[in-house]
Ligand binder design. Structure first.
Ligand code: SAM
Ligand code: SF4
Length: 334
């Protein structure tokens, strides 16, 4: 293998998140506007180009690949790409291939994902109430997602539920969600809502439910033990002693996790974002070689990693949304 990717702050880059489409069959209110304009399909990296990109990163020491979007499972032919990536699992170069999905297509694809060597997936689910689910996703149907999650379980995939903590929306469902995950044996991670994109329909500060508060609420019913486990990302984990559940907290706004950041993000058009909270990116499409020689792409990747910033500038602390990003999460992939 070539020399691994090390950034200017001595962080080894081992984790690549790839958004394979900006499209989605849902319109979650905190993520997209209802009448989104999507990229022309011709602007997307082809599945072959995605393969070359990801394979080059794997050759440079990336061990974990998370496929996201938009909704990755609505991209046509995406299973071809997953099957192609599974070869890196077989050689051992890649330790984990995984996906973050809204679950709508899982009933169709769970078996195939498992057959590609996938072991764990993240499914986003903010509520167990069908009406609230329809309201928050605008276009989603809860039963379809629950069926998808069941299918994933049957296929042997371990499911982690990602729940965005939303004030006045799912505060009252905290224990219901926790109990459901315990009963179904799903891991659960709460995410603080981030100031991404101008969606024009709500005030991000109004929706902001700090995970510090959420954690305090959990502690009213459970004994929380902090776990040392770190993913190199913004998640921190606790064990709920009474139910022996693992619960994660992703707190990009109240907790600085940047010092151990091991990841970069590739968009569906070939832009590499070195930090979720900064505008700087490198265009990797131009140096994508027409031949199998990856030298040009490799040096573009190294030049980009050399620009990875120390951290992000999100800040809610002064009652304004500081460091707000104009990009949507569906662009960089959440
Ligand atoms: N469509 C897939 C899904 O929903 O899981 C993958 C892409 S989605 C952009 C990835 C994650 O980002 C989801 O868990 C979603 O809840 C989260 N997300 C989207 N917008 C967010 C925001 N403004 N703040 C925090 N999380 C957000
Ligand atoms: Fe789609 Fe995921 Fe964004 Fe919801 S959070 S609109 S499911 S990309």
């Amino acid at each position: 293998m070539n020399a691994p990717l090390i950034d200017p702050f001595a962080r080894a880059i081992r984790y690549l998140r790839v958004s394979v489409t900006d499209r989605c069959d849902f319109r979650c209110v905190y993520c997209m506007a209802e009448n989104m304009t999507f990229l022309p399909k011709a602007d997307l990296l082809t599945l072959e180009e995605l393969d070359r990109m990801c394979s080059t990163f794997v050759g440079l020491g990336v061990e974990k690949l998370r496929i996201t979007g938009g909704e990755p499972l609505v991209r046509r032919g995406i299973m071809t790409f997953f099957r192609a990536m599974s070869r890196h699992l077989e050689t051992g170069a890649l330790k984990e291939l995984t996906v973050t999905t809204n679950g709508s297509q899982l009933a169709r694809f769970a078996d195939e994902l498992a057959a590609c060597g996938m072991r764990r997936i993240n499914v986003s689910l903010d509520t167990l109430d069908p009406d609230k689910f329809a309201a928050i996703t605008r276009w989603g149907r809860l039963p379809q997602v629950l069926e998808g999650i069941e299918a994933a379980k049957r296929a042997g995939l371990r499911v982690k539920i990602n729940t965005v903590a939303l004030k006045g929306f799912n505060e009252d469902e905290l224990f219901r969600l926790v109990d459901w995950c315990a009963a179904e044996d799903h891991d659960l991670t709460f995410i603080e809502v981030m100031p991404m994109g101008d969606l024009g329909n709500e005030d991000r500060l109004d929706q902001y439910w700090s995970l510090k508060d959420l954690r305090a609420r959990l502690a009213e019913r459970f004994t929380l033990t902090d776990l040392a486990e770190r993913s190199g990302g913004p998640a921190r984990y606790v064990r709920l002693e009474e139910s022996r559940q693992k619960v994660g907290f992703i707190t990009p706004l109240t907790h600085n996790f940047c010092e151990s950041c091991n990841r970069v993000r590739l968009t569906c058009t070939g832009e590499l974002y070195m930090c979720l909270g900064q505008e700087d990116m490198a265009d990797l499409r131009a140096p994508l070689p027409a031949t199998d020689d990856p030298a040009l792409l490799e040096s573009a990747i190294r030049a980009a990693i050399a620009r990875k910033p120390k951290g992000h500038d999100f800040d809610y602390s002064r009652q304004h949304v500081g460091g707000q990003m104009s990009r949507h999460m569906s662009h960089t992939g959440g």
